[in-house]
Design a protein around this ligand. Structure first.
Ligand SMILES: Cc1cc2nc3c(=O)[nH]c(=O)nc-3n(C[C@H](O)[C@H](O)[C@H](O)COP(=O)(O)OP(=O)(O)OC[C@H]3O[C@@H](n4cnc5c(N)ncnc54)[C@H](O)[C@@H]3O)c2cc1C
Length: 394
């Protein structure tokens, strides 16, 4: 049995690695264990956005502001830009009903300090000359930023290792037991065990199975997202793009939006982002298909059809590959962060759904403060793993 550890983190995606790095910085002896290889989870099959515009006023928006500042500090500390970019973003509006809802939403976001506005068709076109004619307006915010998840994870790993953090890959956790001395014993596939007073469940979409090992419930479900990567092309417009359609249905449940059967079946919404090296990430689907991480012809075709409906110019662009990841979805759209009731030393840091890249640094900072008993200047009750009382998924 390996002893002498302060914290074992189960899951080495962006959340587990960020947690490991922040705890190592606080002189904790940490081991991160992952059942797969580097970036095998959602963190290796996703977009790269630190996205503000999708967020309702509330804790997710507030934490995104904090996370962006933490990313800026990490860029300095690591002396590595991690492909950070600030291209800003536009949410495309297709009709008057969407416009009315987005105008109200933008006003709420502005009152929360987000620098965002609604711009008309002509201004939208100046920023995005190749937009389809049917776009009547758009939102615009310069705050929406990007950072490359692979570079972030490599940097967290490199600097964590320098501080003494351990990482084990391809060795899944199969059991977690409470020892007589109050510590936890984490048992891996190869039979090895690791003892520590604190265990963090950072297993993303797989967090429910880790929680089950200690008799806890974590109501996360996997929501598959497929994305398609283009070849390198000269930049198409200034900003990244989303469509208002999906946001509108989330903001005003029951609002009738015009969707094709394909869009409805696949839960499609547009995300069109210029990533490192001038390739474009196009997505994505929102599908409930259990733990199936495969891509499908229907999904890829749906993404391409949808992208062309907004940017017909993309029709001659080559596709390099498609991939899919499992977003860890919670019933209320907020991450799960904190210690479980009646399970001293057992924490969960998971359930970031489509925001785990954006929220990794702030999650890790809060997690390390919680574990180290440092004061935290916000109430984390709405993120607590103990907040669910039979809440159903939305
Ligand atoms: C298509 C798509 C687009 C997205 N775009 C964005 C975006 O633009 N911005 C953004 O902020 N977020 C985005 N996300 C969401 C983001 O990818 C996730 O929120 C984030 O990656 C979750 O990180 P994680 O570390 O919690 O989970 P993961 O990266 O999934 O890591 C969990 C890890 O746990 C490991 N594990 C599981 N079981 C065990 C076990 N028994 N023992 C040990 N290890 C185990 C897995 O192997 C895995 O590596 C997107 C997601 C998708 C799918």
């Amino acid at each position: 049995m390996a002893k002498g550890l302060d914290v074992v983190i189960v899951g080495g995606g962006i959340i587990g690695l960020a947690g490991g790095y922040f705890l190592s910085r606080k002189k904790k002896r940490v081991l991160v264990i992952d059942k797969g290889g580097f970036a095998d989870g959602a963190s290796g099959a996703c977009d790269d956005m630190i996205l503000f515009q999708s967020k309702k006023p509330g804790i997710n928006l507030e934490l995104t502001f904090e996370s962006l500042e933490l990313y800026k500090r990490l860029i300095v500390d690591f002396d590595d830009e991690m492909q950070f970019k600030n291209l800003g973003g536009m949410v495309l509006i297709e009709n008057d009903a969407e416009l009315a809802i987005m105008e109200q939403f933008v006003a709420e976001q502005r009152s929360y300090g987000l620098d965002v506005e609604v711009i008309g068709q002509q201004d939208a076109r100046k920023k995005q000359p190749f937009l389809s004619d049917h776009i009547i307006a758009s939102t615009y915010s310069m705050m929406d930023s990007q950072i490359d998840p692979f570079h972030v994870m490599r940097a967290l790993e490199k600097h964590g290792l320098k501080l003494g953090m351990g990482i084990q890959r391809r060795n899944g956790v199969v059991a977690i037991e409470r020892l007589g001395n109050g510590n936890w014993s984490v048992v891996c596939e190869d039979g090895s065990t690791h003892e520590a007073p604190v265990v963090v469940n950072a297993a993303g979409a797989w967090a429910p199975s880790i929680a089950q090992m200690v008799g806890a419930t974590v109501p996360i479900v996997p929501k598959r997202g497929q994305i398609v990567l283009s070849e390198r092309i000269p930049p198409i417009g200034e900003t990244n793009l989303w469509n208002a359609k999906y946001l509108v249905t989330k903001l005003h449940k029951g609002t009738e939006v015009q969707m094709t059967d394909e869009e409805r079946e696949l839960g499609l919404s547009l995300a069109f982002t210029r990533s490192a090296g001038n390739t474009y990430l196009m997505g994505s689907t929102r599908e409930y298909v259990g733990y199936d991480k495969g891509t499908t012809i229907a999904g890829i075709r749906g993404i391409i059809d949808m992208t062309l409906s907004y940017l017909p110019k993309m029709k001659d662009v080559g596709i390099v590959r498609a991939m899919a990841g499992l977003r860890p979805e919670t019933p209320d759209g907020k991450m799960i962060l904190g210690e479980h009731k009646n399970l001293d030393g057992f924490y969960t840091a998971a359930g970031h759904e489509g925001d785990g890249i954006a929220l990794a640094p702030v999650t890790a900072k809060l997690l390390s403060d919680l574990i180290c008993g440092n004061p935290i200047d916000r109430d984390l009750g709405e993120l607590s793993p103990n907040r669910f009382g039979g809440m159903a998924h939305e």
